[in-house]
Design a binder for this molecule. Structure first.
Ligand code: GLA
Length: 720
């Protein structure tokens, strides 16, 4: 790494036959990369350094400069330094930590600390690998001096070897999240900066870099996600000497972090997966990792009904009770009362902050509705948006200074609201007391926790404060979860603007998008699925005509789309005919039958040659069965559309494909559709993977859900 090979040590983390090598030298701790096919009996040793040691070139420093995890300008690194900051007199801006001391090292974890006596800073790095080969990196910087240290950035750098040719990031907007965007890896820097103060709709903190043309099923890919619910930065950079690096971390506003003596800044966790099987391998690593965390939900995911699009702010006990009756009748298990229940909340211009039940609309409190809901066998959930306040509220009138604003400026309203400063003890205490009171006084087992605006000029005592706000939010949720461990929380932020791995440690569901249009949802959910598993993906069947796009879809397409997540309804079921209600009952029953598979299986996205065919599967761990979704999102380019190659199954077993009627099978128009549709065909997994399954002609904007059941045990026995 440094050119002085004898001074560099190697540390290896191991997951099965994969190893991740790190180099430890005078210029810090550097990730060398993933090595496949490692024999557990022959651990990797220092010889790998001989393979990667670069030459010392002309017109460059006298020793090769590494890409340390926290890359050092002081050691000659020519990209953006890993640490930016300094002391008031201008010193400490180019720290050099020297050789880190290993605190602990096992197959799964490496912890190293380095000290810079000149800049008076300590840097600790923790790199861990899980059983699927996913790496997490955490960094901590401590000011060991006796004067303040202003920290402007602490970013983690990971070199990407030959595989870095193309970059997939995400853009999007409200009601249209997770729009993938593929660009070539350029010779400067691609910067994905999020300054919205929440995870955002449009700068989702993840990037995938891979070989040319990588897709769901092919290519070498590295996937990076910054687990953080505030501002983030990801830089995909070509260094002046041609090396490729992805550097990421929290984006800090000017002056946001000033470390006093002995104070420590802890970075958000960076999650990194690497796959030689395209993006499917990345998803598998992420899903496995998230599912293995102790905070991940493991109980059956109840079917929801959410009242927002059914009644909006128009709360009326009788209507809501009738809605609850209908919900229970179609098999709903959790009834969530959305915005509009608290004091003065007749519209979105008033009430936020006044977290008590509106006495005019609810003269007897929420109890009559909750009793009706629980009496019907459903649990009850409630919408809250604790971080916010409307100027038209008793809270604001009493405490106008509790907001995140800069004195002297007129604050910018968004959705008529301001943001409360969660780092103020009195704000934290007020919210904790209000929410505790609500949960104690009512049988509420679920909170839909919303957050509906960006942070603009967020300041505490004049100083920028996004980080403290995010930490305050985490602390508030942690506080409530500790007090009410059985109460689950959904993370919502104008739909999907707060979806990330760190909020998921303390929440059990995401509201993926305010868009319930099945066509847009096909794509939004596909984007979501790259990192997050289906059991935390809120997916609702909306009314025939979408409230956010005005587009109309048949029930089969809406149902097939929502089927693959944590199912719910966002629909006024009082508008439904008896026939529709019985169809909904059938859909819910089918979901309940398949949800153990849907919520634990392996997600496998397919790349069909016709972009109008969007298909994916959820495959049981033992590959005994799978559910496949085939959506025809636009008019097919050709007729017929050709076969769909179904990878991910067991090539040695045979499968019987049958159509799951949701609520009925609606095919397109053809003189004769493929014969397997009658459920009589049994086809080898190897054939399904290589020749594929010939798709029927489908109408545009429709979907087919297939169940593939293995007819024998592993090893190809077809006798069962
Ligand atoms: C946000 C959410 C919606 C709904 C409304 C209520 O927009 O994303 O689902 O809860 O707030 O005001």
């Amino acid at each position: 790494m440094t050119g002085a090979g004898d001074q560099v040590a190697v540390a290896v983390l191991v997951a099965g036959d994969q190893a991740v090598a790190l180099a430890i030298g005078d210029d810090g701790l550097a990730l060398c990369g993933w090595v496949d096919g490692v024999d557990p009996d022959r651990p990797l040793g220092p010889s790998l350094l001989a393979a990667v040691e670069p030459p010392v070139t002309h017109a460059a420093a006298d020793r090769a400069v590494p890409i340390a995890l926290v890359a050092e300008a002081g050691s000659g690194y020519q990209g953006r330094p890993g640490i930016e900051g300094g002391r008031e007199d201008g010193s400490g801006w180019a720290p050099r930590f020297g050789r880190p001391v290993i605190g602990s090292h096992s197959d799964e974890l490496l912890e190293a600390t380095a000290h810079d006596p000149v800049a008076q800073l300590d840097l600790t790095l923790r790199v861990a690998i899980d059983s699927g080969g996913l790496l997490t990196v955490d960094a901590e910087l401590t000011n060991t001096g006796d004067r303040d240290y202003r920290l402007d950035a602490l970013r983690i750098a990971v070199p990407v070897p030959d595989g870095g040719r193309e970059v997939q990031s995400f853009t999007g907007r409200w009601s249209n999240e997770f729009l993938p965007e593929v660009t070539p890896w350029i010779s400067g820097t691609l910067s994905i900066d999020n300054r919205r103060g929440r995870t955002s709709h449009d700068r989702f903190p993840a990037v995938f870099v891979g070989s040319t043309g990588f897709g769901n099923e092919t290519g070498e890919v590295h996937g990076f996600h910054v687990g953080w619910s505030g501002n983030t930065t990801i830089r995909v950079e070509t260094l002046p000497d041609g090396r490729r690096v992805v550097q990421s971390g929290e984006l800090l506003l000017p002056g946001e972090i000033v470390l006093g003596p002995d104070e420590t800044y802890a970075s958000p966790q960076l999650l990194i997966a690497r796959s030689t099987r395209g993006l499917n391998g990345i998803s598998e690593a992420f899903h496995r990792h998230l599912r293995s965390r102790p905070t991940h939900p493991t109980t059956t995911r109840p079917v929801h009904l959410n009242t927002w699009e059914a009644v909006y702010f128009d709360h009326d006990l009788d209507t809501l009770c009738r809605l609850a009756d209908r919900a229970a009748a179609v098999g709903v298990e959790r009834f969530v009362l959305d915005d509009g229940w608290f004091n003065g909340r007749r519209h979105d211009r008033a009430g936020l902050g006044d977290w008590w039940v509106d006495p005019e609309v609810w003269p007897n409190g929420l109890a009559p509705l909750i009793e009706r809901v629980t009496g019907l066998g459903m649990s009850f959930g409630l919408w809250v948006e604790p971080e916010m306040v409307n100027p038209d509220s008793d809270l604001y009138r009493a405490h106008p200074t509790w907001t995140l604003t800069v004195p002297g400026y007129e604050p910018l309203l968004a959705r008529n609201q301001l943001v409360l400063d969660l780092s103020r003890a009195e704000v934290f205490d007020y919210l904790a007391e209000r929410l505790t009171g609500l949960l104690e006084a009512n049988e509420i087992s679920y909170l839909k926790w919303d957050m509906n605006r960006d942070l603009v000029q967020p300041a505490h005592g004049g100083r920028a404060t996004v980080r403290r706000q995010v930490l305050g939010l985490y602390r508030l949720i942690d506080h409530l979860r500790e007090r009410f461990p059985a109460v689950e929380i959904e993370s919502c932020s104008s739909g999907g603007a707060r979806i990330d791995a760190e909020i998921l440690r303390r929440t059990q569901r995401f509201w993926t998008s305010d868009c319930n249009d099945a066509l847009d949802r096909q794509r939004i959910q596909r984007g979501f699925s790259y990192l997050f598993p289906p059991e935390v993906m809120g997916a609702h069947i909306g009314p025939p005509t979408s409230h956010t796009t005005g587009r109309t879809h048949r029930l089969d397409f809406r149902a097939a789309t929502a089927f693959f997540g944590h199912l719910g309804f966002e629909w006024n079921l009082l508008d439904c005919t008896d026939e529709e209600l019985s169809q909904l009952r059938g859909i819910v029953d089918a979901h309940k039958r398949f949800r153990p598979l849907l919520h634990t299986g392996r997600v496998h996205r397919y790349d069909h040659p016709d972009p109008a065919v969007v298909a994916h599967a959820v495959i049981a761990d033992d590959r005994s069965e799978a559910l496949v979704s085939v959506a025809q999102i636009a008019t097919a380019r050709s007729m017929p559309t050709g076969p769909l190659r179904l990878g991910g199954l067991d090539p040695g077993r045979s499968y019987r494909p049958t159509v799951v009627p949701l609520p009925e099978v609606r095919l397109g128009s053809a003189r004769r559709q493929p014969g397997w549709l009658d459920g009589g065909a049994v086809i080898e997994g190897a054939v399904l993977a290589s020749l594929g399954l010939q798709l029927p002609v489908l109408w545009p904007e429709s979907a087919l859900v297939l169940h593939l059941q293995a007819t024998g045990g592993p090893g190809g026995d077809d006798s069962a």
